[in-house]
Ligand binder design. Structure first.
Ligand code: SAM
Length: 285
């Protein structure tokens, strides 16, 4: 990398609540020579709100090649550039991948300025396992393609995270139920905004609730789907799982297993395996 080249900053912006704009994001956007923005009409009001007057250049999927050349030329001249998308973190279901790879190929420093991201925001508060997850972005728009797409991840044990338009939420929930079966699903809508909601339930249940409430079919939505249940989890009833989890928080796992066997009749081996998978306790002899 030439010492004269500028730095490309990849800057996250809020997904609704302007209070989530970081001090560092503001400072970087105010001091770079140029901001490459997915839609300048969306970014300009954000900059105005924070009193930032930096020049903007459009960078979106339809002008990516030409815009990349222009941004690289600015960086090569020693000036810093920031990349932003309409909301959240650039490159996450948003433009920027080809610019970042091209900059890296040229030996230009690429620096992330982290902030809001709808997927992580939703996962952090949904109440579904967060130790392992698979971000899937947007599903295909037709039901048959969507079902094939869901079938490909049916065995994934981690939580599935999907971006979806609220207009297609009902149809997508129907496909989730048909392909993945009864699993816990969370609809995280209008995150960080005034009418933020988290709805949790089985696909059919959520479909009925959503169908009855047109207001909830507006705005922005992240769908989270519990991962594929393990063999041990399938072998143990929901009641026994719940009892084991509650008891294991209070007594040693061995005792929790014995009590759960006694009260529910669940198989000891399956409970033991489940206890390990859920990280419920220490040693069990
Ligand atoms: N780059 C963004 C990010 O970091 O999250 C995502 C951009 S993607 C084009 C837009 C999708 O993200 C929306 O259709 C929705 O699925 C999700 N999304 C963005 N903001 C959201 C919000 N405030 N509440 C719920 N979902 C949101």
């Amino acid at each position: 990398m030439s010492p004269l080249t500028g730095t490309l900053y990849v800057v996250a912006t809020p997904i609704g609540n302007l209070g989530d704009m970081s001090d560092r994001a503001r400072q970087v956007l105010a001091t770079v020579a140029l901001i490459a923005a997915e839609d300048t009409r969306t970014t300009r009001p954000l900059l105005t709100h924070f009193g930032i007057t930096t020049a903007l250049q459009a960078y979106h999927e339809h002008n990516e090649t030409a815009a990349t050349v222009r941004v690289l030329a600015t960086l090569a001249s020693g000036q810093d550039v920031a990349l932003v998308s309409d909301a959240g973190t650039p490159l996450i279901s948003d433009p920027g991948y080809s610019l970042v790879t091209a900059a890296r190929a040229e030996g230009i420093a690429v620096v992330p300025v982290p902030g809001a991201n709808a997927a992580i925001c939703a996962l952090s508060a949904a109440g579904l396992p967060s130790d392992r997850f698979l971000f899937l972005g947007f599903p295909p728009r037709t039901s048959s393609q969507r079902r094939t797409w869901l079938a490909a991840v049916a065995q994934e044990p981690g939580t599935l995270i999907v971006y979806e338009s609220t207009k297609r939420a009902l149809a997508t929930l129907a496909d989730v139920g048909a392909v993945l079966g009864e699993r816990q699903v969370v609809l995280a809508r209008e995150l960080t905004k005034r009418f933020e909601t988290f709805w949790s339930g089985q696909p059919a249940e959520l479909q009925a609730r959503l169908a009855a409430d047109p207001e909830q079919q507006r705005g922005e939505l992240v769908i989270l789907i519990a991962g594929c249940p393990t063999a041990a989890a399938t072998a143990v009833s929901a009641e026994a799982q719940h009892m084991l989890t509650v008891l294991a928080a209070a007594v040693p796992l061995r005792q929790a297993i014995e009590l759960t066997v006694q009260f529910t009749g669940a198989k000891k081996n399956a409970l033991y395996q489940l206890g390990l998978e859920l990280g419920l306790g220490g040693e069990v002899d």
